[in-house]
Design a protein around this ligand. Structure first.
Ligand SMILES: CC(C)(COP(=O)(O)OP(=O)(O)OC[C@H]1O[C@@H](n2cnc3c(N)ncnc32)[C@H](O)[C@@H]1OP(=O)(O)O)[C@@H](O)C(=O)NCCC(=O)NCCS
Length: 150
């Protein structure tokens, strides 16, 4: 992949984002229980979302939440969802998206970004470790809470 760029989610890109494919077995890692619950309490205006464009169009999507009104402290600055099309995985798209997220968090004055994921074969754990997240705790549902300090 020669060049990657980040654009806002729009009417032009939303269909391609919804059609991003997964490798077999990855779907079970997409939405940890905690996120489903948090989604019902977080203010949508706290959401940041970007689409990653490669040579031939949409290759990935990332969303995060910053400073949403919540009593759950690890949701203050949190990577919400990241998805790279099955055909474009392991080519640096995910790292590119996370790097952009870290820049965004920094520019908003946060000194960390959290992520919540389910550990397990076929899941995103190895990726999150490689890009710098370190486990710092566990949710009440047994998911890992990991963090990058900025
Ligand atoms: C997790 C995901 C976003 C990673 O995106 P990606 O574009 O394939 O990742 P990158 O190519 O940028 O990889 C970055 C680093 O992580 C490593 N990595 C990525 N996936 C890995 C895996 N499954 N196992 C081991 N290492 C992995 C890469 O080797 C690379 O390491 P390096 O830069 O030190 O060489 C992608 O696999 C995906 O969309 N998965 C399905 C959705 C999902 O589970 N999302 C997370 C929960 S919302």
């Amino acid at each position: 992949m020669t060049e990657l760029r980040l654009v806002e989610l729009s009417a032009e890109t939303i269909v391609a984002v919804n059609n991003l494919s997964l490798k077999p077995g990855q779907e079970q890692f997409l939405a940890p229980v905690s996120y489903g619950i948090a989604a019902t309490v977080l203010d949508p205006s706290s959401t940041w979302q970007r689409v990653v464009i490669g040579d031939e169009g949409v290759v990935g999507f990332i969303s995060a939440s910053f400073g949403g009104e919540t009593t759950i402290d690890y949701l203050d600055s949190v990577l919400w969802r990241i998805n790279v099309d099955a055909d474009d995985q392991r080519r640096g798209v995910g790292r590119f998206a996370v790097t952009a997220l870290l820049e965004e968090a920094r520019s908003r004055g946060f000194d960390h970004v959290n992520v919540i994921y389910e550990a397990g074969e076929g899941g995103p754990e190895a990726f999150f470790h490689r890009v710098g997240f370190t486990p710092v705790g566990e949710t009440e549902y047994g998911e890992v809470v990991a963090q990058i300090r900025l």
